[in-house]
Write a protein that binds this ligand. Structure first.
Ligand SMILES: *Cc1c(COP(=O)(O)O)cnc(C)c1O
Length: 388
């Protein structure tokens, strides 16, 4: 024991963290099982890109693997290499495909490149000619204009006699751009395009649906669904109640409670003027923690925005953010909470239990995906395991 340890008793880090995150892996697994139930008889993959939507690829990936997921999607090769160490026999698809120089890692770790362009395709042919057969997948664009071979090229390629006999993708996939809007006719257009592709690639597994597509119904499921956000508890469809369980709870500690007078202003720029004598809670989270400055409520027209900005939750009540969110600190108006019920050291919920993830996101004109993947490095994390 050091002198320091003699002199103090050390509390649990989680109980004193400035910002902390609870990840409920039991809820994560239940959400994945719910998506699997809705996808059946199609298989259900797990999408764990961007560090499992910010919630930790090791813990989330392991929990999903133990729940039975054997098909995983990551965005980049390094994520696949990380995942391989705790998903030994899973099929791991790398959505951004492969670059020259990466082929040794794809072979060594058994990663499946999702080939998304003509260049990647011809590069992959030369790789397999030299190093031997290895599974790949083909991404085809049906209207997103992001990644994927053009539909006509992909259909022509299916019947191309010059295609090496050994070249046979294990999966052909495409991605919906407006799946979150179930009334959009564009979903059906993409579905029809994908069906043409399915005919050309008869006998090869097919995948079209992410979370939203999975919820749109069985026509969209094909052989494999790829839900991400729904498994992490976020909203996949606009305008309908979110059926998923919340997975992440973000909280920040109140550093100071201060009294301020009517007419005074709050935070940078003095943009917010108090309309009454107020009590303000200064909380230890800011945009460096992914609590985005846009949550201040000025909004960005990316999706719906809420003019008054975000709310936190403390002492049984919703409390509004006032003034601009800063790098490390956010100020909440807690005037309506009796002073005996709140003090420095208490935690304010940013989102996750009483404030739905997507409500917080909407307050900043953004989406739950962005809040989760922006959480940053300062959060003290606690994982709750299934059955805890
Ligand atoms: C991210 C992604 C998914 C998962 O999307 P969610 O909306 O999070 O369910 C599925 N497929 C592709 C190609 C993706 O990029």
């Amino acid at each position: 024991m050091t002198d320091l340890q003699d002199a103090f008793s050390f509390p649990d880090e989680f109980d004193i963290a400035p910002v902390r995150l609870t990840v409920d892996l039991g809820a994560l697994v239940e959400n994945w099982q719910e998506m699997a139930r809705r996808s059946s008889p199609a298989r259900t993959a797990a999408v764990v890109k961007a560090d499992a939507y910010g919630l930790g690829i090791e813990d989330c990936g392991t929990a999903l693997y133990e729940a039975g997921a054997r098909d995983f999607f990551v965005a980049v090769m390094q994520e696949g290499v990380t995942l391989r160490s705790f998903a030994p026999d899973a099929r791991i698809y790398v959505l951004s495909g492969i670059w020259p120089g990466q082929e040794p890692s794809f072979y060594e770790h058994g990663l499946v490149p999702v080939l998304a362009s003509e260049e990647q395709l011809s590069f992959w042919m030369s790789v397999t000619a030299e190093h031997g057969d290895h599974p790949c997948a083909l991404q085809v664009d049906t209207g997103f204009n992001r990644l994927g071979l053009p539909l006509e090229d992909a259909i022509a390629f299916a019947d191309d006699v010059s295609r090496p006999a050994s070249f046979s993708p294990v999966l052909v996939l495409s991605h919906l751009h407006s799946g979150d809007t179930s009334s959009s006719p564009l979903n059906r257009q993409q579905l029809e395009a994908f069906r043409k592709l399915a005919q050309a690639y008869d006998g090869i597994e097919l995948s079209l649906a992410a979370s939203a597509g999975t919820l749109l119904g069985p026509e969209f499921h094909f052989d494999l669904t790829r839900p991400g956000i729904a498994v992490y508890g976020g909203e996949a469809l606009n305008g309908v109640p979110n059926p998923m369980k919340p997975v992440a709870l973000a909280e920040a500690r109140i550093i100071q409670i201060r009294e301020a007078k009517k007419g005074e202003t709050v935070s940078y720029g003095g943009t917010y003027q108090l309309t009454r004598d107020s009590r303000l809670a200064v909380v230890s989270a800011g945009y460096a923690d992914g609590y985005l400055r846009s949550l201040s409520g000025t909004g960005v027209p990316l999706r719906q925005t809420v003019a008054e900005g975000a709310h936190g939750f403390v002492a049984g009540r919703k409390v509004p953010v006032v003034g601009r969110i800063t790098m490390d600190l956010t100020i909440f108006d807690v005037t309506d909470i009796p002073s005996s019920e709140i003090r420095a050291g208490d935690y304010v919920e940013l989102f996750g239990r009483n404030i739905p993830l997507d409500d917080a996101a909407r307050a900043g004109g953004t989406i739950g995906y962005e809040l989760l993947t922006s959480l940053g490095l300062r959060y003290e994390r606690r994982y709750l395991y299934p059955g805890d």
